[in-house]
Design a protein around this ligand. Structure first.
Ligand SMILES: Cc1cc2nc3c(=O)[nH]c(=O)nc-3n(C[C@H](O)[C@H](O)[C@H](O)COP(=O)(O)OP(=O)(O)OC[C@H]3O[C@@H](n4cnc5c(N)ncnc54)[C@H](O)[C@@H]3O)c2cc1C
Length: 417
């Protein structure tokens, strides 16, 4: 068993080299004196996937290679990047235990381990029909296989089901059905495909104004909304979804958004709630009960969207608070739950929503009041170009920890209430 000695520089360890971990490594490498601090990022593999791009793979708009990069190429000079699964965190000894037994001591720990889908938790979901008539698109393998399936799909009932909340990017399932509508229309077979959107929510989305606007879009695109659908099991042989109340939904192809969990290493460390999400102060991003640990991204239990934009806004508050913690100054309760998501609606258009813990998505213009160029809670071609441009912004600015000319707090300028 190797052990890193606690000598010389103080140690920051970042668990997870996905979006949030990579961004924070880049930010801390600029903000900390690397003669005084070492920064080590750990991830279990060296492939960083641009997850928003997974939405486009099933429709042939991107290929797998368009959305992958080596993680180490995104790390800044002076940061150590280790490819090794984390077994658990020993919070009393302040060390991270790696698979194989190696350990990393820390003075400050940043948790950015994200979330994983768990199709195995729903009876019948990951059985014989998995990747035959049942697909996911939240994993690279699922998105690629679904793409192959849809290329040959010539008609029938396609059901998209969100098993339960919370999920990553809660608008991605809606985007999927909007893009499916456009895809089948462009292939000339829309009249042969019934598209159903079955959700545990009472409408198309969580917040009333967005739910009404997006529900209206579903109607206009002839996509059937099945609200309040609480999935109990999948009847594989009968190709049916069965709800807890006995409601049945037949499918030819099922696209599932499975249950989401926090990571097992977090659960093993006693740092997670019942689902493995890290209890985190919703305004300071300090982990509850562990002053030297901070968390951001999909792995927290915060009541906002699990989205890259959220991790980006969190990053600005997290770095400020870690620097304050190091200096012994009080933390600032500055994170307001700000989320900002483009929603692809098909045929070259998209909607943009901007909201936080207390303010629901409202119509208006973003980021410049009265001008935009983006339209809030309304479709536009410019929004779609914003969504496509996000990939470049992700790799070159966000993951690199660069500042954007956007406030981390949600602003009311340009919004009509
Ligand atoms: C289909 C889809 C569409 C999306 N669209 C958008 C969008 O349009 N806009 C947007 O803002 N967001 C979008 N998102 C969400 C966005 O991708 C995530 O919110 C973002 O990646 C979260 O970053 P993270 O660092 O918290 O998690 P991740 O990027 O998932 O990183 C977590 C990292 O932790 C590592 N890890 C976990 N456990 C261990 C362990 N035990 N040992 C070692 N390493 C470990 C993982 O390997 C992973 O690299 C989308 C997501 C999906 C799936």
């Amino acid at each position: 068993m190797t052990q890193t000695p606690r000598i010389g520089r103080k140690k920051m360890v970042i668990l997870g080299g996905g979006f949030a971990g990579t961004m924070m490594a880049n930010k801390f490498a600029k903000a900390l004196d690397l003669d005084e601090w070492s920064i080590t990022v750990v991830d279990r593999d060296n492939t960083h996937v641009y997850q928003p791009g997974l939405l486009f793979l099933p429709f042939g708009m991107y290929r797998a290679n368009d959305i992958k990069r080596p993680r180490n190429a995104l790390m800044p000079p002076g940061v150590d990047f280790l490819v090794q699964p984390v077994e658990q965190v020993d919070v009393d000894a302040r060390k991270v235990v790696l698979e194989g037994g190696g350990t990393l001591e820390y003075d400050i720990l940043i948790l950015a381990t994200g979330t994983r889908t768990a199709p195995e938790d729903t009876p019948g979901l990951k059985g014989e029909q998995w990747y035959r008539s049942i697909y996911d698109f939240y994993t690279m393998e699922g998105a690629v296989r679904l793409g192959n399936h849809l290329a040959d799909f010539d008609g029938g009932t396609l059901v998209l089901n969100v098993v339960d909340m919370p999920i990553k990017c809660p608008v991605a399932p809606l985007e999927f059905v909007f893009l499916a509508d456009a895809f089948f229309t462009e292939r000339g077979i829309r009249d042969k495909v019934k598209i159903i959107y079955a959700t545990p929510l009472s409408g198309a989305f969580t917040k009333p104004k967005a739910s009404a606007a997006l529900g209206d879009l579903l109607r206009r695109k002839n996509i059937e909304l099945v609200p309040d659908f609480a999935l109990d099991r999948v009847d594989e042989a009968g190709r049916k979804l069965v709800g807890y109340d006995g409601t049945e939904l037949a499918f030819d192809t099922l696209v599932t958004i499975p249950l989401h969990h926090g990571m097992d290493a977090i659960k093993r460390s006693g740092l997670g709630d019942d689902f493995g999400f890290v209890p985190t102060d919703k305004h300071t991003l300090q982990v509850v009960g562990h002053p030297e640990i901070f968390a951001l991204g999909d792995g927290t239990n915060l009541p906002t969207s699990k989205a890259g934009s959220v991790a980006h806004f969190e990053g600005e508050v997290l770095i400020e608070n870690v620097l304050r913690f190091i200096d012994g100054r009080p933390l600032v309760p500055d994170f307001d739950g700000h989320a900002n998501c483009f929603i692809e609606t098909g045929h070259g258009k998209a909607v943009l929503i901007d909201f936080n813990y207390t303010t629901e998505p409202l119509p208006g213009k973003f980021p410049l009041p009265g001008f935009g160029p983006f339209t809030l809670l309304g479709e536009s071609y410019t929004n779609h170009w914003g969504k496509l441009g996000f990939r470049w912004v992700y790799w070159h600015l966000l993951a690199k920890g660069e500042e954007l000319p956007l406030d981390h707090r949600m602003l009311m300028h340009g919004k009509w209430s």
